[in-house]
Ligand binder design. Structure first.
Ligand SMILES: [Zn+2]
Length: 105
């Protein structure tokens, strides 16, 4: 069984990694939105891709934050929907999941 501390460590590492990535994407977006950019027209497609990535990254960050606060309050590993235990193997794959496999499907 993986301890909550081990999950916390993994979640914090992941949070850092995504945080850096989201920060970079936000920077890129700002540059693309520069009205002086000569390549503006060809960049609009990139914009959409970046915005999608940005949203996904932010969403995962939020889930990670929520998981970290569940660790802090001692409810980590408990399904937010049905209150049952989340399978350890599932937590090892997706430590930030708030739901058990039954509620997630
Ligand atoms: Zn559940």
């Amino acid at each position: 069984m993986v301890s909550a501390e081990a999950h916390q460590k993994r979640l914090e590492e992941r949070r850092q990694k995504i945080g850096r990535r989201v920060g970079r994407i936000t920077e890129d977006l700002r540059r693309f939105q520069d009205p002086d950019s000569a390549e503006r027209a060809t960049e609009s497609e990139n914009d959409e891709v970046l915005e999608g990535l940005d949203a996904a990254g932010r969403q995962e960050l939020e889930a990670i934050e929520a998981a970290l606060s569940r660790i802090a309050t001692g409810t980590f590993g408990t399904c937010a929907q049905c209150g049952g235990d989340i399978d350890q193997r599932r937590l090892e794959v997706i430590p930030h999941t708030p739901n058990c496999v039954d509620c997630a499907s």
